[in-house]
Design a binder for this molecule. Structure first.
Ligand SMILES: Cc1cc2nc3c(=O)[nH]c(=O)nc-3n(C[C@H](O)[C@H](O)[C@H](O)COP(=O)(O)O)c2cc1C
Length: 401
């Protein structure tokens, strides 16, 4: 039994392939999973709640509130789930998912969920081929959802082509493999990881500063991914609007490079891995004016002095720590990244280029290349959560060598 104890919430929508879901629910239970089923109102014409509740051993729900006027708590249902499987996923529900429409219990649960989401579309071949369906599938994948593609074969309409929902065994196998790989990468359990994130603000006077456009998204995604894999994470972040999701993350907020430096070296000697994803200001104003500087004359000069180099100091002090740096370059990217890898005594460097659209500071996606002394690997554009997983997969494999 490979899905022992895993909580799988299955959303069944109003497609003809819904008839296969009795078998799928039974299969998940046989694998040891706990299963709850939610139907869209349209799905009730295709399957019966009674059969599904017997097979899933749980009440089957479809409305946001029950006939007695009680709320079917969609938030609790979402947080209960280790994974959500939308199968079959109609063109209609797929469209709602990627556009944020929330007009039934299934959509409210989906939109409240933090767990991985699997979608198994099923529709007639022309619907499946339609540009809007193609686009919506792509968008769902960009959200990080896992597609279980429709298969080619005979369709309920009598036509032959792509659009048949994957068979129940395939649905179960995809979810099982996902958890197997996650459990495999729990090998960060017990590891202490320090991550820096966000920009730093270097004060000019009480109201002004020198900063940069870093959002902190990449560092926060790395912290969440490392924590999911069992690591204890210390996240030291400059000013960022990001909030922490998940346990085992100690968040320390700082403002300037000097504060970040102090916090980093409070913990550095006791950690196993450090990931420096913060965009730290290289220079800070020499003097910070005590009062707001008044407008005076056509120009003004601010003298800047070098900030302490946090990453370089980590490289100098490191003993057992596996050290990962980031390079955000606009030209000669590869050469600069490799040079930084050597100069700062890093074990691994992650390069993203500002020349790539969808990569860099304020985006939700990133396209990276990873370099070590002897290896390099290029990754396609992905959501930052998936990029974090790629970085940690690579790092864990390097550490094991
Ligand atoms: C007999 C029948 C079969 C259908 N099969 C599908 C299907 O396979 N895929 C699909 O996207 N829509 C299918 N539809 C259309 C959906 O039921 C319709 O778009 C509905 O609004 C979907 O609602 P839901 O996404 O909330 O479940 C079918 C409709 C009927 C009447």
């Amino acid at each position: 039994m490979n899905l022992e104890g895993k909580r799988i919430l299955i959303i069944i929508t109003g497609g003809i392939a819904a008839y296969k879901m009795n078998t799928a629910v039974r299969g998940f239970i046989k694998e040891g999973a706990e299963v709850k089923v939610i139907l869209t109102p349209a799905a009730k014409d295709f399957v019966t709640p009674l059969t599904l509740s017997v097979l899933s051993r749980n009440e089957v729900l479809w409305d946001l509130s029950s006939s007695s006027g009680t709320w079917n708590n969609h938030v609790e249902l979402a947080l209960w789930s280790d994974a959500i499987l939308v199968a079959p996923c109609t063109a209609n529900t797929l469209s709602k998912m990627v556009h944020g429409a929330c007009d039934n219990l299934a959509m409210a649960v989906y939109m409240s969920a933090k767990c991985p989401v699997f979608i198994a579309p099923a529709m007639d071949l022309d619907m499946y081929r339609h540009p809007s369906t193609r686009q919506n599938i792509q968008r769902a994948q960009d959200f990080g959802h896992i597609l279980i593609p429709a298969e080619e074969g005979e369709l309920a309409s009598g036509l032959h082509g792509e659009g048949r929902m994957a068979e129940p065994e395939h649905l179960i196998e995809t979810v099982r493999q996902y958890f197997e790989s996650k459990d495999f990468i729990k090998n960060m359990a017990g590891k202490k990881v320090l991550i820096t994130a966000g920009p730093t603000y270097e004060a000019i006077d009480p109201v002004r500063f020198i900063g940069n456009h870093s959002s902190g998204k990449m560092g926060f995604a790395l912290a969440e991914e490392a924590a999911k894999r069992g690591a204890d994470v210390i996240l030291i972040s400059g000013p960022s609007h990001e909030k922490i999701k998940g346990n085992h993350i100690q968040l320390i907020r700082v403002t300037s490079a000097k504060e970040m430096f102090q916090e980093v070296f409070r913990y550095f000697s006791g950690i196993d891995m450090a990931i420096a994803s913060a965009a730290v200001a290289d220079y800070a104003p020499k003097e910070v004016a005590a009062e707001k500087i008044k407008k005076d004359g056509d120009s003004m000069t601010i003298e800047l002095v070098k900030n302490p180099d946090i990453l370089k100091t980590m490289g100098e002090q490191k003993k057992k720590q596996f050290l990962i740096g980031f390079a955000l370059e606009t030209q000669n990217e590869e050469a600069h990244a490799k040079e930084k890898l050597h100069r700062k005594n890093l074990d691994m460097i992650v390069l993203n280029s500002l020349r790539d659209s969808g990569a860099g500071f304020q985006t939700d996606t990133n396209r990276i290349r990873i370099f070590t002394e002897s290896q390099e690997k290029e990754f396609p554009i992905k959501p930052k959560s998936a990029v974090a997983a790629d970085i940690l997969d690579f790092a864990v494999a390097q550490m094991a060598k």
